[in-house]
Design a protein around this ligand. Structure first.
Ligand code: ADP
Ligand code: MG
Length: 240
């Protein structure tokens, strides 16, 4: 479903991604692991074309990297993204946060958008919060709204960049359990996380990135129990 071929990304003289290639199948859950600064966020941002690769190609559903605004819009509609810091619209209610993009970008009518938003809020356990503003929600609740908002565009793949890293420990579980359910329902997901137990349980494949290249990838059982490269062994001994 997603094919990344030889992705290179430079910022100035610094090459952050040095030729990343991988295929992601429909319904697959891929966890990206790697030390801070290894290029995980940059890779996700390339998938979403928030960054344009200097070299290489990405193909999603047969479509190559967008060259026109119209292609870019179509590309972004296939991809939902959830960030560490939620990025909710502060002056809009929970419901409005979710209905805004479907109404303005896809032209969905208000009644339909609200009905779908309520279904999604129900799915993430927050239907009773629909009239509230982001400020009055906990971090875990904000992140669940952010997930519902991304899902409202009916994406084909969901990207998560450290979705629980900004949360107090007691709120991590509620967000991970929403993500687990999404995985069970067959959503294609690419997740950057440091939650190793979650990665082990939910990932179909783990990709370990260091210094802008994929150092090792495989089934979580192999990655965690029998890491081959010295770099991965070192990384796991520090974090797990
Ligand atoms: P990770 O998410 O694995 O921690 P990032 O992809 O955020 O790593 O960053 C990889 C490297 O690229 C880091 O050294 C970072 O400082 C650099 N970098 C990321 N974004 C930019 C940018 N917009 N401009 C310059 N350097 C950047
Ligand atoms: Mg990052």
């Amino acid at each position: 479903m997603i094919k990344a071929e030889n992705i290179h990304k430079k910022f100035g003289e610094t090459e952050v991604l040095k030729g990343m290639s991988t295929d992601i199948k429909k319904g697959e859950v891929v966890v990206l692991l790697g030390p801070s600064g290894s290029g995980k966020s940059t890779f996700l941002r390339c998938l979403n074309v928030l960054e344009t690769p200097n070299e290489g190609d990405i193909i999603i559903d047969g479509q190559h990297l967008p060259k026109t605004e119209k292609e870019l819009d179509a590309w972004r509609q296939k991809i939902g993204m959830v960030f560490q810091n939620f990025n909710l619209f502060p002056h809009k209610s929970v419901l409005e946060n979710i209905t805004l993009a479907p109404m303005t970008i896809k032209g969905v009518d208000k009644q339909t958008a609200e009905q779908e938003a309520e279904n999604l809020l129900n799915q993430v356990g927050l239907l009773d919060k629909k009239e509230l503003y982001p400020d009055s929600l906990s971090g875990g609740q904000k992140q669940r709204v952010a997930i519902a908002r991304a899902l409202a565009m009916k994406p084909e793949v969901m990207l998560f960049d450290e979705p629980t890293s900004a949360l107090d420990p007691e709120m991590v579980g509620e967000v991970l359990s929403v993500m687990k359910q999404l995985a069970k329902d067959g959503m294609t997901m690419v997740i950057v996380t440091h939650e190793m137990d979650f990665a082990r349980e939910v990932a179909d494949r783990v990709i370990f990135i260091d210094q802008g290249v994929i150092q090792e990838e495989g089934h979580p059982k192999d990655i965690f129990e029998a890491p081959k490269s010295e770099r991965l062994q070192q990384f796991l001994s520090k974090v797990y």
